[in-house]
Design a protein around this ligand. Structure first.
Ligand code: GLV
Ligand code: MN
Ligand code: MN
Length: 399
């Protein structure tokens, strides 16, 4: 029997990023594969039967795999330079909850599975929750297989190199039928829980969110010989577009918009880029408002680019509607955790994707500063223990 802290301690050196700080564990990197191996080993130690489905989702079964199981789990991949808890906390808590249930003598009356979803962050192939989107059919399979990482590898090639057969990837009705109810425990990514009081919350909804790629095309040229008046510099347009993104979101109540990634091509100190790609992450509870916000940003980007002698193209890479978790399941969980407040989240999750297909719910564990997608993300040991105990209570109550 191990605590969540002990379990996380055993992976604390996997995927550390000396340059960015924190952890960089992109899907199917050495680090993420090591973590998948760690999970399989931990599941095996507990006598759970492990299988990897055709989309690369790992399932560890307590009881015979069958339809209508109670499923809990999260992900092990991270954003670049992420924290230790986003993803692994839910997986480690699920393992610890199984230990607690066994120590309490709970015998499941229906099978229970722990799942690990690949590419939850979308930090390698650009689309978040790729594993759950593929399994449910929430993404077109061909689109998913043709996604490319920064080195130009397709998702199909990387999946193949990791033992999957792209011909069989995509909607998996059998796997979906296995999920009777899905509960994902996750580090809180805001300060909704405060620093005193209950350390666990029940999730109510996931904010609608999407990703768009903006490519600004200009004239690549020499930094020393091109007069300032003669330039069509997409980097200058990009700078103004980034400021415009901030201004547009600030004017729209409840909106969030971020440019977290920018790639100049070819990317040399003494080179005026020929193209700059930047990625917009925009979120709002009302999907129409998000669409309007992005349209406005696109229009402004076109004007700014034209003034610089550049052109711009906008491509939607993914979109997820605002999701409200199943009221019946969430209500039952609140009944099992009467002191836990109910919180909405601005972050995306596999539970949010699954919620469109099966009853799904989430638990959040206190993160005192609310900082996440950063090495500073934190969960105190006692809150991590409380989270695993709460998950065990919830699983016992739902079994
Ligand atoms: C995932 O963590 C997201 O909200 O982008
Ligand atoms: Mn995340
Ligand atoms: Mn996460």
């Amino acid at each position: 029997m191990e605590t969540v802290t002990q379990l996380l301690e055993s992976i604390k050196d996997v995927g550390r990023d000396a340059f960015r700080g924190g952890y960089t564990r992109p899907v199917y990197s050495t680090a993420e594969l090591d973590l998948r191996g760690w999970f399989v080993e931990q599941a095996g130690r507990r006598g759970l039967e492990v299988e990897t489905d055709r989309n690369g989702v790992i399932w560890a079964w307590w009881g015979q795999p069958s339809d209508g199981a109670l499923v809990t789990g999260s992900h092990l991949d991270s954003v670049p330079g992420g924290g230790a808890f986003d993803g692994p906390l839910g997986v480690a808590s699920a393992l610890a909850a199984v230990d607690l249930l066994r120590a309490r003598g709970t015998a499941p009356s229906r099978p229970l599975a722990i799942t690990v979803f690949p590419e939850e962050e979308g930090s390698r192939f650009g689309v978040a929750c790729l594993g759950s989107r593929l399994l449910t059919g929430a993404i077109d399979t061909n689109k998913a297989l043709n996604l490319r990482d920064a080195d130009g590898n397709t998702f199909a090639d990387v999946a193949r190199a990791n033992g999957l057969d792209p011909r069989y990837m995509g909607p998996d009705a059998e796997a979906l039928a296995r999920i009777g109810d899905f509960v994902e425990l996750h580090v809180e990514q805001g300060i909704g829980l405060g620093t005193d009081g209950p350390g666990i919350a029940v999730g109510s909804s996931v904010l609608g969110h999407g990703r768009w790629k903006l490519s600004i095309h200009g004239q690549g040229n020499h930094a020393g010989t091109t007069l300032m008046a003669d330039r069509a510099d997409p980097m200058v347009a990009a700078a103004q577009i980034i400021v415009a993104v901030r201004q547009a979101a600030a004017r729209q109540p409840d909106a969030r918009a971020t440019v977290g990634r920018i790639v100049p091509v070819p990317g040399g100190t003494n080179v005026i880029p020929s193209r700059v790609d930047l990625w917009l992450d925009a979120r709002h509870p009302d999907d129409r408002v998000t669409a309007h916000l992005v349209e406005g940003i696109h229009g402004r980007a076109q004007r700014v680019a034209a003034e610089e002698g550049c052109t711009v193209t906008l491509t939607e890479e993914s979109y997820s509607n605002t999701v409200h978790f199943d009221a019946g399941l969430t209500g039952r969980i609140s009944g099992l955790l009467p002191h836990a407040p109910v919180l909405a989240t601005g972050a995306g999750h596999d539970a949010g994707v699954l919620a469109g297909f099966v009853p799904s719910a989430m638990l959040f564990v206190r993160n005192p500063s609310g900082i996440s997608h950063s090495p500073e993300e934190h969960v105190a040991d006692r809150d991590a223990d409380a989270g695993a105990a709460a998950l065990a209570d919830v699983l016992a109550g739902l079994l």
